[in-house]
Design a protein around this ligand. Structure first.
Ligand code: ATP
Ligand code: FE
Length: 357
């Protein structure tokens, strides 16, 4: 069967058709970087307007590109139901509900983070068996999950303040690094490029949550202090941001501490799984920040060398928001008979563990 997936939870209008044989038939996306860069971040009203303008065309392009007829060839319509920006979710949801109801097709409301967690089962050479450990590092989330199956996720950790993506974005802004253009672009990717030429041990930035003994044992993250720390370094040492090398060293030092923080918490998660006798098949990393090559390399080393499991990650363009992940989650859910009513509403705040309730 063929599933049409629609994603409008944040700033990308993504539509795709994926079939039950794990093939991406066609995919189309409309990015909004140009709209949001000048504001230094996502403006919900502008994101909403852009979805409104582009979604009908993106759906149409996907059907034409895939050479499929919506009436004859599409079996299921899947759409992001939450979490995300309320107005933005509403646009995708209205379109999907209308299409599904009018055409009499099954509708599936998808949890955006479950979709990020399941994408690797589509893109990896083989279908990764459950359970696996998932780390979702994106613009809105920083989650460590045990992915036991569809609807079955245990959340081991989350951020207590900013997400990892926000930390990258705010630090990039602080360092006045221009955004990278195009798919896989944005402030975080630009910071990564900058860090390549920098010395990661040039500046001392403390690893978050290490000092407090209680916090140290938690599987949660804290990223808000990092930007402040970079800011203070610039002020105290009177650093010149006109000097490219200074900026590169700051970017590299920041990125290194982020990696140490991720590893600290993942180690705790691996140990937790051991004590619960959960036999993990892989470490899956996804979300926009997962396209960061230094982060991937460090996580791969941790998974392979310390825990003897592979690190699996979707290709970069499917780590950020896209229609493919929604269509694929539609495939997975449809197989389990998890179909929704035509009158479902969006759920802007939606803990992933609520899926199992
Ligand atoms: P969520 O899925 O939590 O709702 P989102 O979908 O808006 O959030 P994504 O599109 O998955 O977020 O990721 C966007 C974030 O990833 C941004 O903060 C962006 O700067 C960051 N990012 C993208 N590429 C990189 C990179 N190479 N290195 C670091 N950060 C990156
Ligand atoms: Fe996302």
């Amino acid at each position: 069967f063929n599933v049409l997936g629609i994603e409008t939870s944040c700033d990308d209008t993504g539509v795709a058709i994926v079939n039950s044989s794990r093939q991406i038939i066609y995919e189309s996306i409309q990015l909004q970087h140009d709209i949001h860069e000048q504001n230094g971040g996502i403006v919900p009203s502008l994101a909403m307007k852009s979805h409104q303008i582009h979604l009908p065309r993106v759906i149409n392009e996907t059907l034409i590109g895939g050479k499929l007829d919506i009436v004859k060839d599409i079996d299921v319509i899947a759409v992001t139901r939450g979490p995300g920006l309320p107005g933005c979710l509403g646009i995708g949801l209205s379109a999907a509900k209308t299409l599904a109801a009018v055409l009499g097709k099954p509708l599936i409301g998808v949890h955006h983070m479950e979709a990020h967690a399941l994408t690797a089962r589509l893109t990896h050479t083989e279908l990764i068996p459950f359970p696996y450990l998932t780390i979702l590092i994106s613009g809105g989330h920083t989650l460590i999950l045990v992915t036991n199956g569809i609807n079955r996720h245990i959340q081991l950790g989350t951020t207590i303040d900013d997400s990892i993506g926000e930390a990258f974005d705010k630090t990039a802004r602080l360092l006045k690094i221009p955004w990278l253009k195009g798919r896989g672009g944005g402030p975080g990717a630009a910071l990564e490029q900058f860090a390549i030429g920098g010395k990661s041990d040039k500046f001392q930035i403390p690893i978050p949550m290490r000092k407090d003994q209680q916090r140290r044992k938690e599987m949660n993250f804290s990223f808000s202090g990092l930007k402040t720390c970079v800011q203070q370094l610039i002020q105290k040492q009177n650093l010149n941001l006109e000097d490219e090398q200074v900026k590169k060293d700051l970017a590299a030092s920041f990125q290194q501490i982020v990696i140490f923080h991720l590893i600290d918490k993942l180690e705790l998660a691996f140990e937790w799984c051991k004590t619960k006798e959960i036999d993990l098949n892989a470490l899956v990393v996804s979300g926009g920040v997962a396209s960061n090559k230094s982060i991937r390399a460090s996580l791969e080393k941790l998974a392979n060398e310390r825990y003897n499991i592979p690190l699996i990650s979707p290709p970069s363009h499917l780590c950020t928001d896209n229609g493919v992940m929604i269509a694929w989650t539609g495939v997975e859910r449809f197989r389990e008979g998890l179909i929704d009513e035509y009158n479902i509403d969006h759920i802007p705040k939606w803990p992933i563990e609520d899926l199992s309730k």
